[in-house]
Design a protein around this ligand. Structure first.
Ligand code: SF4
Length: 441
């Protein structure tokens, strides 16, 4: 078996190495001061790799400047450029960034052109020692793949295999792969299928794990921990990002706790912090509530996702205080829904935001949640931009998608039913649409 180790400006990512923790700036890349400040804060909070939106050639120049200032100020954290749709931007930034994240399938509508552009791109990466992440997301599979395999985990794996085979044919191995989805079952299945295929080929590329659009608060943490833990416990996953619709520094302690859980695993019954299902009840005693959430999700989440258990009882003491029954019930409902075993509340899909977001995503998402929490059984997406948002909202029933300049598009499924709605009227418009649809069902 050949284990590939990606090298991102000296940072090694690969099987058997410690899991690398990463995050992404949510500020405008052209705001050099803000981007530099955010990168410093992320490094201080534990980020080992930092990604920045690079949507055009102007952002390529900005990224160059951000990198120059960071290095001058002693911050050597490798930088990743996030590029969508443009092979020219990917090629230009490959000379600047330490790693470039692309989805080569969206380089061009014509597949042969995308393949030609991808070859040109990896030649530039080879010359500049730039690592590559090929990132294929559930929500953005091309028509060619969905017609053959549907919008499925199998489709995600097949879409990836084509590009990996090209890397092998071109003898280019400085590559990390990701197959993210907001649906934890689809995400876990896609990575397992890809991992099995790599084992069959005898070549293991490093994998970047993440649940996209996980949302915020407890649910964002629970979804990420449950899905990532399911894969990490099988030895699948070499770098992780926990995407939260919150300030990006909040992602880092969560990611570190998940990675840490597997680097120093505490197995059931090994210590007094929790006893296993032998008693029929999972019992936790942790210094903080956050630690309880992550630990219990890492431990019980995989059992639910893999259908090894159907239900569970739980007790927890945090900082010496027993958690009240209502809080434990809430945790249990969240974990059951995050692992898609029982739906009791409205499901949300929300991107973490990035340099493309032109409104206060966090505040808006919280307001949408507050006003739609009664809609159990529905899935509502809140997305930061019109460029990637609609593609990435996967199976959401309705979507609130920022267009920029105070305007919002409202989606029913994949269809934009209202465009350019003033932001202050957009949540009302979304609710009205859902209520009208209910009446005509
Ligand atoms: S959907 Fe959200 S995270 Fe993705 S590119 Fe748009 S604003 Fe950024």
């Amino acid at each position: 078996m050949r284990n590939i180790v990606a090298n991102v400006a000296g940072l090694k990512i690969g099987r058997g190495l410690p899991v690398v923790i990463q995050t992404m700036c949510n500020c405008n890349t052209n705001d050099i001061e803000a981007a530099v400040a955010q990168c410093h804060a992320m490094r201080d909070a534990g980020a080992q790799l930092i990604r920045l939106t690079t949507q055009g050639l102007r952002e390529v120049e900005s990224l160059k400047e951000v990198k120059r200032v960071l290095r001058e100020q002693g911050n050597d954290t490798p930088l990743v450029a996030d590029v969508h749709f443009s092979s020219e931007v990917a090629i230009a930034v490959a000379e600047v960034a330490d790693k470039v994240r692309i989805n080569p399938g969206n380089f061009a509508t014509e597949h042969e052109k995308a393949q030609r552009d991808f070859k040109r791109f990896i030649e530039v990466c080879r010359r500049h020692n730039t690592a590559v992440r090929i990132g294929i997301n559930h929500g953005s599979l091309g028509k060619r793949i969905t017609e053959l395999y549907g919008n499925t985990a199998q489709g995600m794996k097949e879409a990836m295999v084509e590009w990996v085979q090209m890397c092998i044919a071109e003898d280019f191995y400085n590559v990390v792969l990701s197959l993210k989805a907001s649906n934890t079952v689809v995400m876990v299945e896609a990575y397992r299928l890809l991992n099995r295929w790599m084992e069959e080929q005898g070549v293991i590329f490093p994998l970047h794990l993440g649940v996209t659009e996980a949302g915020n608060g407890d649910m964002g943490r629970i979804k990420s921990a449950a899905a990532l833990a399911t894969l990490l416990q099988d030895g699948i996953g070499d770098t992780i990002r926990v995407s939260l619709t919150e300030p990006p520094v909040n992602e880092l302690p969560v990611a570190a706790a998940i990675a840490g859980y597997f680097q120093t695993p505490v197995h059931l019954g090994d210590d007094t912090s929790h006893t296993g299902p032998r008693s029929g009840i999972y019992t936790y005693d942790t210094p903080t509530r956050d630690e309880f959430i992550i630990r219990a999700s890492c431990e019980i989440g995989p059992l639910l996702l893999d259908r090894k258990i159907d239900d569970f009882e739980i007790e927890a003491t945090c900082a010496g205080e027993k958690l009240p029954a209502a809080e434990l019930d809430e945790f249990k409902d969240n974990l059951m829904q995050a692992t898609r075993r029982r739906f009791t509340k409205c499901e949300y899909v929300a991107c973490p935001g990035c340099g493309r977001t032109l409104y206060n995503l966090e505040e808006t998402f919280n307001e949408v949640k507050r006003r739609t929490s009664h809609l159990s059984g529905y899935c509502i997406a809140v997305m930061g931009c019109i460029v990637n948002g609609p593609g990435e909202m996967a199976d959401a029933d309705y979507g609130y998608v920022g267009e920029g300049k105070g305007k919002v598009s409202i989606y029913r499924g994949k269809e934009a039913v209202m465009r350019s709605v003033p932001q202050e009227e957009a949540i009302d418009a979304l609710l009205e649409l859902i209520e009208n649809d209910k009446k005509t069902k």
